[in-house]
Design a protein around this ligand. Structure first.
Ligand SMILES: [Zn+2]
Length: 221
């Protein structure tokens, strides 16, 4: 069974790469956020347990997340393996996942990082501007206004929300990258970490991610 962990900072393109890798490897993407929502919606025992923590405004304990994942891995479509997206997010979670998989005779055979430098992530995420009159959205790179600083539709001034300003994004990213570093260190230690240059065109990144997984000896078993 191939258990592949896809890693990347927010904005690195991990969400784009997960379904592409799924198509190439023929195994499903498992996103823990979706698992939670489904379990809570269906009212499964684990879902009810998770919901008690969510209703109390607490983080769902890692053990519950891991049990949800194991249930998912037991389904027929996951027989050949899964791509994990969004888990593990901390070193502790990575350790808990290893232990749970070991009980089933499985391992994470490759952890692939879609690597994009922090300043590039800030640039990608901080390009959003909205107009003062109606909040019409623009993006410096993907959908710029015809006249810089002015809304195409109503001529009002464009401004950046606090959340979209580079300094806000840089601060939030620093926290997220700290947790990601712990996860990377975990997989570096277990020698399954592979790094792919996330600045290439999307299809080239997809090729490199697939090659990283296929080249990982443990994934061939
Ligand atoms: Zn406008």
């Amino acid at each position: 069974m191939k258990v592949v962990v896809l890693l990347g900072a927010p904005g690195a393109g991990k969400g784009t790469q997960a379904p592409l890798l799924s198509g190439r490897l023929g195994i499903p993407v498992v996103a823990t956020g979706d698992l939670f929502r489904a379990a809570v919606r269906d009212g499964t025992p684990l879902g009810l347990e998770a919901r008690r923590f969510m209703d109390a405004g607490q983080l769902v304990p890692d053990q519950i997340t891991v049990r949800l994942l194991l249930d998912r891995l037991a389904r027929p479509d996951a027989e050949a393996g899964v791509i994990l997206d969004g888990f593990p997010r901390t070193g502790m979670q990575a350790k808990a996942l290893d232990e749970a998989l070991a009980d089933r005779g499985a391992v994470v055979c490759a952890a692939v990082l879609v690597d994009v430098a922090a300043e590039e992530l800030v640039r990608r995420m901080s390009g959003r501007w909205v107009c003062r009159a109606a909040g019409h959205p623009y993006h410096e790179v993907s959908s710029p206004p015809r006249v810089e600083g002015t809304c195409d539709l109503d001529g009002s001034e464009l401004y950046q929300r606090t959340d979209d300003r580079p300094e806000t994004i840089r601060a939030r990213l620093a926290q997220q990258l700290g947790a990601l570093d712990d996860v990377l260190e975990h997989y570096r230690t277990s020698r399954v970490l592979r790094t792919v240059d996330g600045l290439q065109p999307i299809q080239d990144v997809a090729d490199a991610v697939a090659a990283a997984v296929n080249g990982a000896g443990a994934c061939a078993d």
